[in-house]
Design a protein around this ligand. Structure first.
Ligand code: NAP
Length: 332
């Protein structure tokens, strides 16, 4: 088995930017693309907040461009889903169902998956009225009546943001109290454009046969009443799950399972770097993911050059590593 300089796991904006920089640093990176090659932007339509495209660019087109650019400078791509890793010592070992690889430095860019409701036809409606990102897609719903599902900070943030465009935003929450912090709660409750569907569960999204969102079927879990809510868009904001299952127990993570980075893209394991949504539950933007991918590649380059501060045995960080709860969505 040849030992690679750098393996990048993941091929969203973070992974592809890391690959581009590592390739331009003459490190001939290998990118293991993951099951959902291209990441979350492959599920988006028009991306209007990627700098440099004043009229926007379709998510899949942006990812194809980024991949081609990384390839042009010598990145190699393999399909596959990482099944296990061994981070105990360098070179690190990475196994997929098809092959085993070894790398002197590893860049983890496996992203996070938005949790979905698990309803029939739901995935097919993503980008066709169903979204998990108000910042990305809110603009398409000017003057329309839409819904946000969830009762946490993300749902409040999305609902508040969406009131800039939509004529009415119904927040559908399965309980009668919000999980969101007081400040977000108060802001949302005071907003006249937001209405509330308490104790409500989404039983179905209409109309997956038509391929567009026309409404929701809601069931009141206290009274049992079922009703239809006519909306042209639905934003699912019930949390994200970082795709870190294969790294558990080998690298420091926070309580929610996000990889902890410090001083750039360094992790608790010297030689292993992380970038993008797998280590960021706050910004979660393509452009911030790309920026952190650049940092990871530069850090990997310094590590491989033998810069001493990249080779300290154990990095002290001010948190207690906690095993995350079992994930509810498959990792990629
Ligand atoms: P979260 O706090 O875990 O909230 C998820 C919400 O979705 C909860 O209200 C939950 O209902 C609901 N939910 C979960 N699964 C569901 C399902 N299958 N069907 C219907 N509803 C479901 O997630 P989050 O809002 O994404 O926040 C994640 C973290 O980021 C939090 O620590 C949050 O404070 C932070 N955050 C902060 C900000 C900010 O400060 N500006 C913004 C966004 C996120 P229950 O309440 O019934 O469990």
């Amino acid at each position: 088995m040849t030992t690679r300089n750098v393996i990048v796991i993941g091929s969203g904006p973070a992974g592809l930017t890391a690959a581009l920089y590592a390739a331009r640093g003459n490190l001939q990176p290998l990118v293991i693309e993951g099951l959902e090659a291209g990441g979350q932007l492959m599920l988006t339509t028009l991306v209007e907040n990627w700098p440099g495209h004043r009229d926007g660019i379709m998510g899949p087109d942006l990812m194809a461009e980024m991949r081609a650019q990384a390839e042009r400078f010598g990145s190699e791509f393999v399909h596959g889903h990482v099944a296990s890793v061994d981070l105990r010592k360098a070179p690190f070992r990475v196994k997929t169902a098809e092959a085993e690889y070894e790398a002197r430095a590893l860049i983890i860019a496996t992203g996070a998956s938005a949790r979905m409701l698990g309803l029939p036809g739901e995935r097919g409606l993503v980008g066709h009225g169903l979204s998990t990102c108000a910042t990305c897609d809110g603009y398409f719903f000017r003057g329309q009546e839409i819904a946000v599902v969830g009762g946490g900070d993300s749902a409040m943030e999305e609902a508040l943001f969406l009131t800039k465009f939509a004529s009415k935003v119904t927040v559908v929450h399965r309980r009668a109290t919000l999980r969101a912090s007081k400040i977000m709660r108060d802001k949302a409750l005071a907003n006249p454009k937001i209405v509330w569907a308490w104790n409500s569960e989404v039983e179905a999204i209409r109309d997956f046969e038509k391929g567009e969102v026309t409404g929701l079927v809601l069931r009141d879990n206290v009274t049992g009443e079922v009703r239809e809510l006519g909306v042209t868009g639905v934003f699912v904001a019930i949390g994200h799950t970082p795709n870190t299952k294969v790294f558990r127990g080998q690298i420091d993570m926070d309580a929610a399972g996000y990889i902890v980075t410090h001083d750039g893209a360094k992790t608790s394991v010297p030689g292993v770097f992380a970038c993008g949504d797998v280590q960021d539950h706050i910004y979660r933007q393509a452009v911030t993911a790309a920026g952190s991918g650049c940092m990871a590649a530069i850090d990997a380059e310094h590590y491989l050059e033998g810069v001493p501060e990249y080779h300290v045995e154990k990095v002290e960080v001010d948190f207690q590593p906690i095993q995350p709860p079992p994930t509810t969505i498959s990792s990629s």
